[in-house]
Design a protein around this ligand. Structure first.
Ligand code: NAD
Ligand code: DAU
Length: 329
């Protein structure tokens, strides 16, 4: 199989390419990535010379480039996105450009050129927020609350429309919060680790009692592989591991692992429109496709914190890039 992975030099996309080449060494993967501020080619250093892997530096909104690449592949898996909620509150335009128009461009080329599978990687945030009880199901109405989640929900609706109208063979996954190696240090876990490494305080938004449902990144990758191979065309699959934690619980875990205490916490102004609770039902993917998370949260979070502590150079090089970028501006 020959697969186009978009956004493969980001957090989940890079882990997916590594996972896929290990699991299916005969597959060929093209990675199309614009290397925006969070795309990092170093994330795939270990496989850069694999003859089954090819990197193309480019934008999913580029019509002719996307057509040229899609001519060569059997499947498209779209990870490329602006992915940070806080950025979407400050600069929503780029979220619509990449997440909506970029997805539309991929869908249109896939339709015109004929593709075996188009898998859209989406998020549980399209469902909005939950109260104390209940779960997000695939049938839960879409009710996004941030410009980021609104752009992802819009893309999901286009994916659905291309199936209904043009019979494009689509699949759509919606996963909960991922954690693991190579996550850009703007997201909760790597950001807090990077702050504590500099002996700075960690900024907890609001009361810190918002709940996220955490899944180890390689379990997400295996779920995507499962949906790609066994998923029913036109269907949506939720992905999650039933690991609901408040932000305070995550913060305390990190503080403890790094030998810090409560004095390293700073409570700051809440994120506008901050979703209170996410919790995903994975009944459909577990019962219909037989996927299960492979590791517990306790194992995964230990692996993750250890990875960042053992790869501080990776964090430093990103921080240096951020400084240079700010100077250039
Ligand atoms: P990320 O921000 O780490 O990576 C995004 C990648 O997309 C980067 O390499 C970036 O350079 C690339 N990119 C951005 N705009 C592009 C464009 N116009 N053309 C080509 N490449 C472009 O994101 P992530 O956390 O790895 O998320 C990947 C996907 O998974 C996203 O679609 C996101 O919505 C979804 N998702 C993320 C999570 C999570 O917890 N991180 C959970 C569920 C779903
Ligand atoms: O649910 C899946 C989503 O998870 C993905 O679709 C998104 O791409 C991904 O970024 C993530 O979104 P969140 O907003 O949940 O992740 P983030 O790491 O930004 O924040 C997690 C929680 O931690 C959230 O409740 C806000 C809080 N937070 C975050 C940061 C960065 C803080 O309290 N302080 C912080 O500095």
């Amino acid at each position: 199989m020959k697969i186009l992975v978009t956004g493969g030099a980001g957090f989940i996309g890079s882990c997916f390419i590594r996972h896929e080449l290990k699991k299916h060494p005969d597959y060929k993967i093209i990675n199309l990535d614009a290397l925006t501020y969070c795309g990092n080619i170093e994330n795939l250093k270990d496989i850069e010379n694999n003859p089954h892997y090819k990197f193309i530096h480019g934008n999913i909104c580029d019509k002719s480039l996307v057509r040229e690449i899609i001519k060569e592949v059997d499947c498209v898996i779209n990870f490329a996105a602006e992915s940070h909620v806080d950025n979407s509150i400050k600069t929503p335009e780029i979220f619509v450009e990449t997440n909506v128009s970029g997805t539309l461009n991929l869908l249109q080329a896939s339709k015109e050129l004929g593709i075996e599978r188009f898998l859209q990687v989406s998020t549980d945030e399209v469902y909005g927020t939950l109260g104390k009880d209940g779960y997000f199901y695939e049938t839960t109405p879409l009710a996004p609350n941030s410009p980021y989640s609104a752009s992802k929900a819009s893309a999901d609706l286009l994916v659905r429309a291309y199936h209904e109208t043009f019979k494009l063979p689509v699949l759509n996954t919606r996963c909960s919060n991922n954690y693991g190696p190579y996550q850009y240090p703007e997201k909760l876990i790597p950001y807090f680790i990077s702050k504590l490494l500099k002996n700075e305080k960690v900024p907890v938004y609001g009361d810190g009692l918002n709940v996220r449902d955490w899944l180890y990144v390689y379990d997400h990758c295996e779920a995507i592989d499962t949906v790609l191979h066994k998923g029913k065309i036109g269907e949506v699959y939720n992905i999650g591991g039933h690991n609901e934690k408040t932000n305070m619980e995550i913060t305390h875990l990190i503080l403890e692992a790094m030998g810090k205490d409560e004095t390293s916490i700073e409570y700051v102004k809440d994120r506008p429109g901050h979703d209170r609770r996410y919790a995903i039902s994975n009944d459909k993917i577990t019962s219909e496709l037989g996927w299960q998370p492979s590791i517990t949260f306790e194992e995964g979070i230990k692996l993750t914190i250890d990875w960042y502590l053992n790869n501080q150079e990776w964090i430093h090089s990103i921080e240096n890039k951020k400084l240079n970028y700010a100077k250039e501006k």
